[in-house]
Design a protein around this ligand. Structure first.
Ligand SMILES: [Zn+2]
Length: 138
């Protein structure tokens, strides 16, 4: 996946601003190219420090607005406050529900001093789990 530096900054700023809660959002683009980072409210109310939830109506709206300008949902992002930038068991369970197949998930690990780590993953299927994929920042 190819992401512009400015988009990475948008995403990392969102993770810093939301700390210690998880933030989440959608990546709109074409093919491997990300053209827009769209923050989405984290609708998780029970444990927003360790979980996130994207409401179906938020997703539908972003999808519709993207299509109006020729962009598709090419990925998602969320942050892991005080946790490593790799998929959690919750992420695996969520992905296995089928929402996520084939799209890229960007994970932002962020600690108390707001230090960030960004990684990219693709969920292939239930058996193979998440694979880490390269992220090209240009
Ligand atoms: Zn996660």
């Amino acid at each position: 996946m190819k992401v512009r530096h400015a988009h990475v900054e948008t995403l990392l700023d969102a993770a810093r601003a939301g700390y210690p809660l998880e933030v989440c959002g959608v990546l709109l683009g074409q093919g491997p190219f990300v053209h827009a980072v769209v923050p989405v409210p984290n609708r998780e109310t029970d444990s927003p420090r360790v979980r996130y939830q994207i409401a179906p109506e938020d997703l539908a709206r972003i999808q519709r607005e993207g299509r109006e300008v020729g962009l598709e949902i090419v990925g998602y992002y969320h942050s892991h406050p005080d946790h490593p930038a790799r998929p959690s068991d919750t992420d695996r369970a969520f992905a296995a529900e089928g929402l996520s197949d084939g799209v890229v998930h960007l994970l932002v690990g962020i600690d108390g001093s707001r230090r960030v780590t960004l990684t990219a993953w693709v969920f292939r299927d239930r058996l193979s789990d998440f694979d880490r994929v390269p992220l090209e920042i240009e």
